[in-house]
Design a protein around this ligand. Structure first.
Ligand SMILES: C[S@@+](CC[C@H](N)C(=O)[O-])C[C@H]1O[C@@H](n2cnc3c(N)ncnc32)[C@H](O)[C@@H]1O
Length: 284
């Protein structure tokens, strides 16, 4: 049985560290809204028009506008993977990755977990961080990674090579469908499922396929709090990322979890963020 008090205690320090980083690096979201409006209108945005911290997002939005003009967005396209990998290593994305790793590792340090599972693993930056932490803490919880992109087998091979002490299995899984039965067979309760920036590609109903696997869910997604779709939301829609709001995601989460918690409330209030990025859900 998972106790909310224990998990809330685990996430306290990681969320405080996130607050310190986010308030000193992000500060104000408004320039991003203005820049995305220009990009959506097909206008040029020069690097020096953006606060440096937002440059990776600006670069990503430029890439989306450019590629989707002539072709479909395909995450397995090596050119997209290469650029995304660079973006994922930027200060802003690293802050979200580091905080995700911090949350997961703080929980597994204090709570016995049977299996760790990640969905939408992509190139595996967050995963590698979790693996490093497991080795530092001398814990070797079996880890399952998954993605709808066939490149998940390369990511799995790379991680197994880098972390031979760990048990890492990879699965091809499009979470708009039920998980493969072989994946479900590998799970030992309690299961901690973590993910970053992938569920909105599957839509709200994907939560019904993902949530049954998890006893604890760490959901790292921009869940809109204002109800207002901004230009950057419309740009990301071009690559299949649906506009997700906390209000609409909650009923889906509530079907499966008894406790749902917005972890980054203090940061949201401080920087007036239009989204929450860290949602925790628990089956108590
Ligand atoms: C923005 S990337 C995030 C990758 C990784 N989670 C990270 O934070 O660096 C989105 C990932 O979600 C995966 N994805 C998108 N739709 C999916 C679906 N329906 N089922 C499984 N994975 C999906 C993509 O293939 C891609 O690897």
């Amino acid at each position: 049985m998972i106790s909310r008090e224990t998990i809330l205690e685990c996430i306290k320090d990681p969320m405080e560290r996130y607050y310190q980083k986010a308030t000193s690096t992000i500060g104000n979201w408004k320039p991003l809204v203005d820049i995305s409006e220009k990009l959506l209108a097909g206008k040029e945005v020069k690097d020096d028009e953006s606060p440096p911290v937002f440059l990776p997002i600006v670069e990503m939005m430029r890439l989306i506008m450019e590629i989707t003009k002539t072709s479909e967005w395909d995450w397995s396209n090596p050119a997209i993977q290469k650029i995304y990998k660079g973006i994922a290593e930027s200060e802003l994305y690293k802050m979200f990755a580091d905080t995700t790793v911090d949350l997961v590792s703080s929980i597994i340090k204090k709570v016995t977990i049977g299996t760790l599972i990640e969905i939408g693993t992509g190139p595996g930056q967050v995963t590698a961080g979790v693996c490093k932490k497991m080795l530092q803490h001398s814990s070797a919880i079996p880890l399952i990674i998954s993605d709808k992109s066939p490149s998940i087998s390369d990511t799995g091979a790379r991680l197994r090579k880098s972390f031979p002490q760990l048990t890492i299995k990879d699965f091809l899984w499009d979470f708009r469908e039920d998980p493969p039965p072989e994946l479900a067979k590998q799970l030992n309760a309690p299961v901690l499922l973590f993910e970053r920036f992938c569920i909105p590609y599957g839509g709200y109903a994907a939560i019904d396929n993902i949530a049954p696997l998890a006893d604890i869910l760490i959901m790292v997604e921009d869940l809109n709090l204002t109800g207002k779709k901004e230009a950057y939301d419309s740009i990301y829609e071009k690559i299949g990322l649906q506009f997700f709001t906390l209000r609409e995601a909650k009923p889906y989460l509530e079907k499966h979890f008894s406790f749902i918690y917005t972890c980054d409330r203090k940061t949201i209030d401080s920087i007036n963020a239009p989204v929450t990025d860290f949602t925790l859900a628990i089956k108590e």
